[in-house]
Design a protein around this ligand. Structure first.
Ligand code: PBG
Ligand code: ZN
Length: 329
């Protein structure tokens, strides 16, 4: 043996507990299960549609009749929750199809809760898929009119609750939206409908594929006047604290992978359940690398999802949900 001295070696040998799969399993600190995943789904008008989304390989836009089968398959694999995004029949400057009781999201919620009463159904509450300019609320000059957006967002949340959503998830980043939505839900008799707030949502280039899927790209400018600056960590705590005061039941950080430090910060500062959104660009990066044979898809996907759990997420919104659930089975 080489002649050297160390205060801990050879007394301590970290490899002792890594020697077999069984030992490693006994000392593993973080576990992934299908329970950890919420499956995002895009619903569109029409019937009998499963339209592949180019930038999200393996994901489709579903008509309401077809989304039922997709969810049945996901539930059989152990998935217990979904979050719905909708594309409307038509768009206008205010995004008024967002609160139509006959729009795809509202119809899908009713059908899903009828078919699967135990499924946890969440809905994304935002207006960018519904406005003709692609911003997350009505405009005032070249920016979104915060206070005018609140009213439409609150109506939208109530329409989702009316359809039977268990939780509404506002993703617009308007100030005061959690309070406005909580008040509107309570006044409409939906005191038990929860709010999962996209409390800390950064202006991110990782949303690219989603905007193709949801046809929600802003027609001018970007979302930097309402979504957070990627550089800011203390501001994330302020955003989360405000949403807690306004009545959020559950907090989310989005995106996930490039923001695991923020997820850990929230875990340490708040006792609320915590979610993260493993967004479209994060999914597409792995799919593209795997398709080229550059990465082992199963291993890299599970490692990525595990990192989110380890950073502090209780729930991961992920397009990998079904595949990952199968790999974990
Ligand atoms: C709507 C919304 C977006 C995402 C979820 N809700 C896009 C955006 O803010 O531009 C992104 C999800 C993803 O990239 O998978 N505001
Ligand atoms: Zn939006």
């Amino acid at each position: 043996m080489m002649n050297f001295s160390s205060p801990n070696f050879p007394l301590s040998r970290m490899r002792r507990l890594r020697g077999s799969a069984e030992l490693r399993a006994l000392v593993r600190e973080t576990h992934l299960s299908p329970n950890d995943f919420c499956y995002p789904l895009f619903v569109v008008p029409g019937e009998n549609l499963a339209q592949p989304i180019g930038a999200l390989p393996g994901q489709n836009r579903w008509s309401v009749d077809k989304v039922i089968g997709e969810v049945a398959a996901a539930m059989a694999e152990g998935i217990r929750s979904v979050i719905l995004f909708g594309l409307p029949e038509s768009k206008d400057s205010e995004g008024s199809q967002a609160f139509s009781s006959e729009a795809p999201v509202q119809r899908a919620v009713r059908e899903l809760k009828r078919s699967f009463p135990n499924l946890v159904v969440m809905t994304d509450v935002c207006l960018c898929q519904y406005t003709d300019h692609g911003h997350c609320g009505p405009l005032c000059g070249h920016t979104v009119d915060n206070d005018a957006a609140l009213e439409i967002l609150a109506k939208t949340a109530v329409s989702h609750a009316q359809a039977g959503a268990d939780l509404v998830a506002p993703s617009d980043m308007m100030d005061g939206r959690v309070a406005a939505i909580r008040a509107a839900l309570d006044q409409s008799g939906f005191k038990d409908t929860g709010i999962l707030s996209y409390a800390v949502k950064f202006a991110s280039a990782y949303y690219g594929p989603f905007r193709e899927a949801a046809d929600s790209k802003p027609s001018f400018g970007d979302r930097r006047s309402y979504q957070m600056d990627s550089a800011n960590r203390r501001e994330a705590l302020r955003e989360a604290a405000l949403d807690v005061q306004e009545g959020a039941d559950w907090l989310m950080v989005k995106p996930a992978l490039a923001y695991l430090d923020i997820l850990r910060d929230l875990r340490e500062h708040f006792a609320l359940p915590l979610a993260c959104y493993n967004v479209s660009g994060e999914y597409s990066m792995l799919k593209a690398a795997a398709a080229n044979g550059w990465l082992d898809e199963k291993l890299v996907t599970l490692e990525t999802l595990l990192s989110m759990k380890r950073a502090g997420a209780d729930l991961i919104l992920t397009y990998h949900a079904r595949e990952a659930a199968r790999w974990l089975a």
